[in-house]
Write a protein that binds this ligand. Sequence first.
Ligand code: G3P
Length: 216
Amino acid sequence: MKLFIDSADIREIQEAKDMGVLDGVTTNPSLVAKTGRTFEEVAQEIVEMVDGPVSLEVLATDYDGMIREAEELMKYGDNVVIKIPLILDGLKATKTLSDQGIKVNNTLCFSPMQAMLAAKAGAAYISPFVGRLDDISQDGMELIDTIVQIYSNYMFETEVLVASVRNPIHLVESARMGADVATVPFGVIKQLMKHPLTDIGLQKFLADAKKTPQKG
Ligand code: G3P
């Protein structure tokens, strides 16, 4: 499963990149706003520092506006993926851009049929928001399971990109279900490597090593 970071914070992205396991980045207007910097600055830096796909979101909610914005966003670099919300005009824009070979990430997906239409329109990625479904007492991971099954039944090539990830369990389940990608906040990426038994075991090894001096 590919691992993207869900962040617009350059330091976080750099740290995740240094871990050697980062495959791409997703941003959204809320994440960019949190940085307190301009979109242009942030977008340019991220696109240049990451080799993999970087999702940049359009703000327009009408077809013409989305297409215009997508053309501007593409200028940041070859690895830009246009993030488009799953509303009717967004679906139309997805079809137009995908037909031109431009990669689209359909965001704000909350239902299997939204995901199926996104795939039919040619989206490169579908972003179902699991945490936000959990927040309203629906099962976010069940949506992932259903979409993976539908895409497999009809051999859609759209990649399932699990978004709104809140904890490592979401990732274990995503991998178990065969999701293609998960986009993960930096705090959760760090949690993935933590296990108390690893820390306790290491302390014990280091303590015991003092009893049997070892070169190198
Ligand atoms: O990038 C979109 C998504 O991951 C947002 O997550 O935590 O704001 O629901 P969250």
